[in-house]
Design a protein around this ligand. Structure first.
Ligand SMILES: Cc1ncc(COP(=O)(O)O)c(C=O)c1O
Length: 405
């Protein structure tokens, strides 16, 4: 079966956070006014992490069939749902999990918030590795915790973990949890088994609970191997919480469905109690159906989508090398996010915004959002039709050339 990722599908009228927005003074205005300026002035949104591709046909058919039934009452997943998740985890990551270990939640970000509520007392600390996915910061702070960064080292165009710093910081008895972003958003590293082992060992020695956010784990580039944290050892599995979801993999973020894998019953029961206190019982009727269809029938689509994203990436590499050598791209090993070092432009955050949004009319995620370590960088989402990426790069080229004149 072939899939058409080239088509620019309009997302107008779909309540898309990515495409339907208002900009005031180059600020994104949140609120309930979706669409007054759809893709305002065709500002190309390459920020939030969803794809501009329709989900796999099998998912769309399953949702159509469910919608035609017409009754959307309270729902919960059946055996077949759990089998689909268990088989996916076994087939793709070689991990054997049990049904009881799976806690279904309405998203990884809500889960990280609930995990902080559950395992971190007010004033206690949570480790993150900046530059990193910024909703982690709010999840920690809004629930009374303090952020501690074991910042990644950036050397010779590559990011790596700083284990000496990690060992020092994890030794602080106030550090109760570490959020591992694996693969790492925004820098695109797929951590090796050796790196994960060292990370996990330090956390284990210091009794720090590891939350491994593996939401991007199906988006792995050719030649890379993804290792799920819990597969390193049984000890790691017992002292960790692995967050997975079909949302990035199959472009289902709006269905708010994720699966949190927790082998340890004590840890699981505590999270479940928090979920109950929030009254979050049952699941999204469409999320159940879509997840099952995606995991059972979506593999060929995923392979094709990944090949397309990697072709987009190679195009971007060649384009920047030829036309915009000031922009240095950090080669991603996974995800559809590309982290670009723009420091050679010599612009501060405000001037970069003027260049990318004001002149080139692109909506990117500016590096500063991911922590001070991201200053001077921009994150591009390249899960879009090739035509959009080509247009975006062409606009940057024009804007940079005009500026340099
Ligand atoms: C690392 C990471 N975790 C979580 C999420 C969002 O997860 P969810 O939509 O399930 O809340 C994202 C989305 O970009 C992400 O990059």
């Amino acid at each position: 079966m072939t899939f058409n990722f080239d088509e620019e599908v309009s997302r107008r009228g779909t309540h898309s956070i990515k495409w339907e927005f208002l900009l005031e003074d180059k600020q994104y205005i949140y609120g309930d006014h979706a669409d007054p300026k759809y893709g305002a002035d065709r500002i190309l949104p390459m920020w939030i992490a969803d794809m501009d591709f329709p989900s796999p046909p099998a998912v769309i058919e399953a949702l159509e069939s469910r919608a035609r039934h017409g009754i959307f009452g309270y729902s919960r997943p059946a055996d077949s749902y759990f089998e689909a998740v268990i088989n996916w985890v076994a087939r793709r990551y070689g991990r054997t999990i049990e049904r009881d270990w799976i806690v279904m939640t309405p998203g990884v970000v809500p889960t990280v918030n609930m995990l902080v509520q559950t395992f971190v007392a007010p004033g206690e600390k949570v480790l993150v590795q900046r530059p990193v996915y910024y909703p982690f910061f709010d999840a920690i702070k809004n629930n009374g915790g303090a952020v501690v960064s074991n910042s990644l080292r950036y050397e010779n165009g590559r990011y790596c973990m700083d284990f000496d710093d990690l060992a020092r910081k994890a030794a602080d008895p106030a550090v109760k949890m570490a959020i591992l972003c694996s693969p790492h958003n925004p820098i695109g590293r797929v951590w090796t088994a050796e790196e994960l082992t060292r990370f996990g060992q330090i956390c284990l020695e210091n009794d720090v609970l590891v939350v491994s956010d593996e939401v991007h784990c199906d988006l792995i580039y050719e030649g890379q191997i993804f290792t799920t944290f819990a597969n390193i050892s049984d000890e790691f599995a017992q002292k960790s919480i692995v967050c997975t979801a079909p949302s990035k993999t199959f472009n289902l973020a709006g269905l708010k469905t994720s699966n949190i894998i927790i082998p340890d019953k004590g840890i699981r029961d505590k999270l479940t109690a928090t979920i109950q206190r929030a009254g979050l019982l049952g699941a999204n009727a469409f999320g159940i159906v879509a997840t099952e269809a995606a995991y059972n029938h979506g593999e060929a689509w995923l392979a094709a989508a990944l090949a397309y994203i990697q072709a987009n990436y190679r195009f971007m590499v060649d384009y920047l090398a030829e036309h915009l050598p000031q922009l240095k791209l950090i080669p991603p090993e996974g995800t559809y996010l590309v982290w670009v070092d723009c420091r050679e432009l010599g612009l501060d955050a405000a001037a970069r915004k003027e260049l990318f949004m004001g002149q080139a009319k692109l909506f990117l995620d500016e590096g500063e959002l991911f922590g001070p370590e991201g200053a001077g960088f921009e994150r591009f989402n390249i899960a879009c039709p090739h035509s959009i990426l080509a247009e975006a790069l062409g606009r940057i080229r024009t804007a940079v050339t005009m500026r340099e004149r």
